[in-house]
Design a protein around this ligand. Structure first.
Ligand SMILES: C[S@@+](CC[C@H](N)C(=O)[O-])C[C@H]1O[C@@H](n2cnc3c(N)ncnc32)[C@H](O)[C@@H]1O
Length: 196
């Protein structure tokens, strides 16, 4: 059975609900990039977990190749493993286009390759202050004029604004803040373009 897992501090139901919201919003932001859906893109899924967002991207861009990277050993996703992530892609018939590698984002470099689009969901807030280093590393592996779409949690609107002031090398061109519940934190999905 396909299983994208249970997020930290969530039930399975809440995790599924969040993924439903994320899929809708990421799809809107994929459209916003203006990139032709049939393009042969190289996409990097940063902190891919069990492959949920890789699957969403593979569905939207049917000719894209996707690399998902993760440590597969972090408390933010229960019982994650690279074997389970690969199994999900087999079940979805996506094994030929989606590959996974065990890589720490904070050690990520251009040796991974160069990408047309980077995507990430619910990852950067786990990195504390090191998230700004991670943004920089994402920027470094992107080709010129390419995009980064990041869905993440913020304590409030102010912390979202403050983070964006500190993110260098990207222009924030659009964002969506779907209201998941009345509880903090807030979920923002942001579309960035790499500055040339
Ligand atoms: C909440 S899960 C989200 C997984 C997936 N993106 C999704 O939306 O279902 C956060 C993921 O970030 C990964 N992660 C956290 N810190 C990481 C790091 N330093 N390097 C690589 N992956 C990391 C965790 O292992 C986990 O799979």
């Amino acid at each position: 059975m396909i299983d994208f897992g249970i997020y930290h501090n969530s039930t399975r139901e809440q995790s599924e609900k969040l993924r439903g919201n994320a899929e809708q919003v990421f799809t809107v932001l994929f459209q916003r990039t203006g990139v032709d859906r049939s393009s042969h893109l190289m996409i990097l899924d940063v902190g891919c977990g069990l492959g949920f967002l890789s699957y969403v991207a593979a569905k939207y861009f049917p000719n894209a190749d996707i690399l998902g990277i993760d440590t597969f050993s972090h408390e933010s996703l229960e019982q994650s493993s690279i074997v389970k992530a690969k199994r999900n892609m087999e079940l979805l018939g996506l094994s030929d286009r989606v590959e996974f590698k065990r890589v720490n984002i904070l050690g990520m470099s251009e040796t991974l390759g160069r990408f047309d689009l980077a995507i990430s969901n619910l990852v950067f807030h786990n990195l504390g202050e090191r998230r700004f280093d991670a943004y920089q590393r994402v920027r470094d592996i992107l080709k010129a004029d390419s995009f980064f779409i990041n869905g993440d949690l913020f304590w409030n609107e102010q912390s979202f604004i403050q983070d964006n002031d500190k993110v260098k090398g990207f222009d924030l061109i659009y964002y969506v803040n779907p209201r998941l519940s009345n509880n903090s934190p807030l979920y923002y999905v942001s579309l960035y373009r790499k500055k040339t």
